[in-house]
Design a protein around this ligand. Structure first.
Ligand code: AMP
Ligand code: ZN
Ligand code: FE
Ligand code: FE
Length: 285
């Protein structure tokens, strides 16, 4: 069994449509793929239809933008009821706030960085995306020849220390964990120690998040080196958290993060399925 529990389609900042992504997952030899577009469930319907045809099992999910003591923490939520009013309202709030936030960043890119970028360029780059984000601004900068890649744009122009950076609305991490659990879903912290986040999510903090209802942590991820993975696996064991692994695939949007490059063990997948509440949803088919 090959199981990849974290991917993005063009409904957020990936480049494959949900249908293309599900077919690519089957072609990559995956048995199970989770689609986890940022702060939205808008891709679920199309992806579920494609999963039946492609011969791959789809885990419907999302990656929620949250804040822990002011630091960004990404929370994967799996198999929750998409009609749960409280969670749906919070996802709408995060997703909707992404628009004025990216408009402000676009204006600051002009005034502070001397970019030629306009909101029209960003909208063109975003295409049909329901959840817009900095990667779309990066794509607009690439189209203008002002950046060579998303990586380059984040490094030089739109990272958190840039003069063009604007934060976006995000709920507290433990609040988001409770919302996912109440909606019958399974919360897992994405790439907990990527990009210097080790200090934000230390063992004591992860223990508190587990007490709030956290089920797992993503251990195998390209942003974690081997030593980091070993340490996180030990912490998962110590705290009774489920260790997962995944690609964080974004299509052409993130070079090297190919489907199935990191995977989740069948035992961890079973533990996630066992944690789904009675109001949660099933994998498809
Ligand atoms: P946002 O949620 O709008 O602040 O954008 C953050 C998203 O940008 C994350 O989900 C990442 O997938 C993507 N991202 C962050 N850093 C980079 C980078 N250096 N290169 C490419 N994509 C990135
Ligand atoms: Zn992303
Ligand atoms: Fe993430
Ligand atoms: Fe992601």
């Amino acid at each position: 069994m090959r199981i990849d529990l974290h991917t993005h389609s063009s409904v957020s900042d990936g480049t494959d449509t949900p249908t293309a992504l599900v077919h690519a997952a089957a072609a990559a030899g995956l048995d199970v793929v989770a689609l986890t577009d940022h702060d939205t469930t808008a891709s679920w319907g199309e992806a579920a239809q494609a999963a039946g045809e492609a011969g791959v099992t789809l885990v419907r999910g999302t990656e929620i933008s949250t804040l822990l003591d002011g630091s960004s923490v990404h929370l994967l939520g799996y198999l929750f009821d998409p009609d749960d009013a409280a969670l749906a309202a919070e996802l709408d709030r995060i997703c909707n706030d992404r628009i004025p936030r990216l408009q402000r960043m676009t204006a600051l890119a002009q005034s502070e960085l001397g970019s030629q970028v306009t909101w029209e360029h960003v909208l063109t780059a975003a295409g049909d995306a329901e959840s817009v984000g900095r990667p779309h601004l990066a794509d607009a900068l690439i189209s203008l020849g002002e950046a060579s890649s998303r990586e380059d744009a984040f490094d030089r122009l739109i990272g958190p220390s840039s003069r063009a950076y604007v934060p976006k609305h995000a709920p507290d991490t433990s609040t988001a964990i409770r919302l996912v659990r109440t909606a019958g879903g399974v919360p897992v912290v994405a790439h907990p120690w990527a990009r210097g986040r080790r200090g934000v999510l230390d063992v004591a903090t992860l223990g508190r998040l587990r007490d709030a209802g956290l089920v797992g942590i993503e251990v195998d991820h390209l942003d974690h080196d081997d030593a980091t993975r070993a340490e996180l696996r030990r912490i998962a064991d110590e705290l009774g958290l489920v260790p997962t692994g995944s690609s964080d695939y974004h299509g052409n949007g993130k070079q090297g993060y190919g489907l199935g490059v990191c995977t989740t063990s069948p035992q961890s997948y079973e533990a996630i399925l066992a944690a789904v509440g009675s109001n949660g949803v099933n994998p498809v088919p």
